[in-house]
Design a protein around this ligand. Structure first.
Ligand code: PRT
Ligand code: ZN
Length: 289
């Protein structure tokens, strides 16, 4: 599609699909129902969405079939794609871990020497072994890596762990982390040469940053007696000066502040004790710093 639109590849159907779409919608992109289509043009931005298998995204971005892509960092590194890592996106977090039978305990990585390790990430694992001077046999498996030890195919595995339930179900336990991953925005290395596309990309990055900032923050409103204001301000995070507004009751003030999302439950008791009441916590959709 040579229409000058920015081409963004996302996973068609998998763990990153829904959250990628959700992020783009929070960025203000109007994406129509894509059902089974490969390419969808957004209605209010010069951007085409390409729906692909995650394994193909790094190479398509490297070769310029797509200008940018959203994919797991693990896949980008495993595919050894020559692309720009633009931004971590804060979802799809997981760990590539060495794991093995529940009844074995591995404390030192050297204990893996001479063993067989099954994985779908042979390149990342080979790099890890090289960095740690381990000589072990890597058995490449494309799926269901967790059953390799019980089938006798391998002694240990190196696989993605999120909740750890899959390991438990297969009577395995985690030993050590090989790689931390999350979804990332990647870009073609030559995009700067196309000034039109580059400016569309910069605008998209501003929107993504605004959506991520907003996700990590909440807007807190409360009523505070005038003479408690200093004590309340001491409890609030000191990143930004709060907004202080008069109320009809002249002995009271309204205090508004943007706080980190996860901080509310830490500080709400202290705010009460400092004299605040009527605490209201509301989500923020976008936030440009
Ligand atoms: O069809 P397509 O090729 O596009 O998708 P896929 O099946 O290859 O990938 P998908 O959708 O499973 O994963 C996409 C990306 O999500 C990965 O590249 C990771 O970056 C990220 N991610 C996050 C995960 C997980 N969490 C995850 N839990 N990828 C895989 N898993 C699997 C893991 O392989 C294991 O089988 O889930 C199982 C473990 O999960 P827990 O929760 O039981 O520990
Ligand atoms: Zn895949």
């Amino acid at each position: 599609m040579a229409n000058g639109n920015l081409k963004l590849a996302i996973q068609k159907s998998g763990r990153l699909s829904e959250k990628s779409l959700q992020l783009l919608r929070t960025c203000g992109l109007d994406i129509e129902n894509y059902s089974n289509r490969l390419i969808v043009t957004t209605r209010n931005y010069e951007l085409d969405l390409l729906f692909l298998r995650d394994d193909d995204i790094p190479e398509y971005v490297q070769d310029g079939v797509a200008d940018v892509g959203i994919v797991g960092e693990d896949v980008v590194i495993e595919k050894e794609a020559d692309v720009e890592m633009i931004k971590k996106l804060g979802f799809g977090k997981c760990r590539l871990m060495l794991a093995g039978p529940e009844n074995e305990d591995i404390k030192e990585i050297q204990e893996i020497n001479g063993k067989r390790v099954a994985t779908s990430y042979p390149k990342i694992l080979a790099n890890y072994f090289r960095d740690n001077k381990i000589q072990a046999k890597i058995i490449q498996i494309s799926g269901s890596v967790e059953i390799a030890p019980s089938l006798g195919v391998a002694d240990y595995i190196c696989d993605i762990v999120s909740t750890g339930n899959t390991l438990k179900l297969n009577k395995l336990k985690k030993y050590m982390t090989v790689f931390d991953s999350e979804a990332v925005l990647i870009g073609n290395k030559n995009i700067e040469k196309d000034s039109d596309k580059y400016s569309k990309l910069k605008n998209l990055i501003v929107r993504i940053e605004s959506a991520l900032n907003a996700k990590n923050s909440k807007y807190l409103m409360m009523n505070v007696p005038k003479d408690s204001l200093e004590r309340v301000r001491e409890v609030l995070p000191s990143l930004k000066s709060p907004t202080i507004l008069p109320l009809a009751d002249e002995s009271m003030l309204a205090v508004h502040a943007v706080i980190p999302s996860d901080m509310f439950w830490e500080i709400q008791k202290d705010l009460h004790e400092a004299g605040a009441s009527g605490l209201l916590l509301v989500p923020i959709e976008n936030m440009i710093l």
